[in-house]
Design a binder for this molecule. Structure first.
Ligand SMILES: [Ca+2]
Ligand SMILES: [Ca+2]
Length: 185
């Protein structure tokens, strides 16, 4: 095996390790906004999920980690994309909310990866709570078993993810990997 081939093989293995292959369910259209939604089963960090989502397309529309900006959208994802309160086999999936570098209070400075307004929220009772005192909890997780409410969590426990696809809302430059990449986990 020559050195060039060895290097190529190593890079390929690295790419597979960095971007795990996730099992895709069917992407489903929500007629409320014309966007598609897709649950991806597997285990990735929030940062990996963010990159994976932004590198996917469906029917030419770009993807991003799902943004849930209304009760109706949250209900659609809970009832139709995830099938209600069935336990998620790989745990509670990542959604596209994150806290920026000013995260001194659990409730402050939450953003969507699209920079849509973070005005509506669906926190589970007692959340957000920065429960993990070492790493903090700066990423959003959807809890099917909790009725589709939200938890703030750190990114060290890999989770499945939900992607949203649309032509009219896309992840902005501001929220690209370089801006979000973890100052914390
Ligand atoms: Ca959305
Ligand atoms: Ca929490």
């Amino acid at each position: 095996m020559n050195a060039r081939y060895t290097a190529l093989l190593a890079l390929t293995l690295l790419a597979v390790a960095v971007f795990p292959q996730l099992a895709s369910a069917e992407a489903i259209l929500w007629e409320g906004n014309g966007h598609y939604y897709e649950y991806l089963d597997g285990l990735v960090t929030w940062e990996e999920a963010h990159i994976i989502a932004e590198n996917r397309t469906i029917f030419g529309s770009p993807g991003y980690l799902v943004t849930l900006t209304s009760q109706a959208e949250n209900d659609f994802v809970y009832n139709t994309v995830l099938g209600g309160d069935a336990p998620a086999p790989y745990g509670d999936p990542w959604i596209g909310g994150y806290q920026n570098s000013d995260h001194s209070e659990p409730i402050l400075n939450w953003h969507w990866v699209t920079e849509e307004e973070f005005t509506w929220s669906n926190w589970a009772p007692g959340e957000p709570n920065d429960w993990d005192e070492i790493y903090g909890e700066m990423y959003l997780q959807f809890t099917p078993a909790g009725g589709g409410m939200w938890n703030d969590h750190h990114s060290l426990n890999p989770k499945p993810m939900i992607v949203e696809y649309s032509d009219d809302v896309v992840a902005t430059e501001e929220s690209s990997w370089g801006a979000v990449k973890s100052l914390y986990r």
